[in-house]
Ligand binder design. Structure first.
Ligand code: AMP
Ligand code: MG
Length: 335
């Protein structure tokens, strides 16, 4: 495949906007590290992020906004979160906030969660977001397991054969990821939990919030920047089902149905043509919708393990794990 085109920030706005609006991914500089960005309202575009990085898991992504007004349309701000946004945005601070359901953010961005991680970055990215009028989901622009790209050249070496456009803004000034915090009402008042240390020092946040940051694990399985609770369907999940049993719903994949599919209480097909990108984009929505049918068990047809299939199967395995073991809260790898 051809190598990515590299355009300097001064002449990249139009081309980057065009590609993002057509559902493509684009590598974009921010003040922290280069991000691999996609339209956060377009599920197949977001699926391309995971595909391009070779990420084996659907961990939730940070969504980037151009203004506080745009952030307020996406999430609900408590007074302390708003105070932190006013003090640190634009800048390397990410806030985890309750998601507004009508915000239009695709569920693959939040991994089906009711919260969203939001940040307003410095530099070219807010101009681009304002240009397209859509928020951008973006993890670091590197393949899974590699270190984050901080120059356009590093991004090109790693992802250049897999993406169409890299916007070159020179070396990123901060060079490490954003700090992630979550404001919460805890016993005895309002607290701020540090989910991942990063470019905004904890002391600076403490000085504005007038509280000490809570650190470390809330339970035995939480780790910095890693996610505690994932969306879990109410129904039990039966993976690699070869048939459908009485009373079950069916999460189907591909053109052929398993035995007894016509008996399913409800059936949704992740991708009738067997396209893993389409399946990834539909996964969280369809799990929610089948769960609404109220069945005790959801049967899931076998889904190939290649490419995006690895992350799809990982997510389904977590959904299928017994409810009271820590396995569904397995720490998520960072990439
Ligand atoms: P990255 O986009 O690769 O910089 O990673 C995003 C980080 O944000 C990961 O460590 C996620 O676990 C974390 N994150 C994203 N959304 C949420 C959320 N709703 N709740 C808690 N952590 C989150
Ligand atoms: Mg990363």
């Amino acid at each position: 495949m051809e190598l990515a085109e590299i355009l300097p920030i001064g002449s990249a706005l139009g081309e980057a906007a065009r590609r993002l609006l057509s559902g493509d991914v684009v590598a974009i500089p921010t003040e922290t590290v280069y991000g691999l960005a996609a339209d956060a309202t377009n599920g197949e575009a977001v699926a391309r992020i995971f595909e391009t990085k070779g990420r084996p898991r659907f961990n939730p992504l940070i969504t980037h906004v151009a203004t506080i007004a745009m952030a307020e349309r996406i999430a609900l701000f408590d007074p302390l979160s708003r105070k932190l946004a006013d003090a640190f945005w634009p800048g390397p601070l990410t806030l985890v906030l309750p998601l507004r359901k009508e915000a239009g953010i695709h569920p693959l961005v939040t991994a089906g969660l009711e919260t969203i991680a939001l940040r307003m970055p410095v530099g070219f990215m807010p101009d681009l977001i304002a240009e397209i009028g859509r928020p951008l989901a973006a993890p670091s622009a590197n393949s899974s397991g590699r270190i984050s790209g901080t120059t356009a050249e590093a991004v090109e070496r790693d992802l250049g054969s897999r993406i169409g456009l890299i916007v070159d803004g020179g070396p990123t000034p901060v060079g490490l990821e954003s700090t992630i915090v979550k404001v919460g009402v805890e016993v005895g008042g309002v607290g701020v939990r540090l989910l991942r240390p990063g470019g905004t020092p904890a002391e600076a946040i403490e000085a504005v919030a007038c509280v000490r940051l809570e650190r470390g694990a809330k339970s035995g399985v939480e780790a910095p920047g890693m996610l505690l609770s994932h969306y879990a369907p109410k129904a039990a999940v039966r993976l690699d089902a070869g048939d459908v049993r009485a009373g079950e719903t069916l999460l189907a994949f591909g053109p052929e149905r398993v035995e007894g599919a016509e008996k399913a209480r409800a059936c949704l097909n992740l991708s009738p043509t067997g396209d893993l990108r389409e399946a990834a984009a539909n996964l969280f929505t369809y799990m929610h919708r089948l769960d609404a049918a109220g069945a005790a068990t959801m049967a899931v047809e076998p889904i190939p393990r290649s490419g995006l299939g690895e992350a799809i199967n990982d997510r389904l395995k977590r959904a299928a794990a017994p409810r009271d073991t820590p396995s569904r809260d397995m720490p998520l790898s960072r990439s």
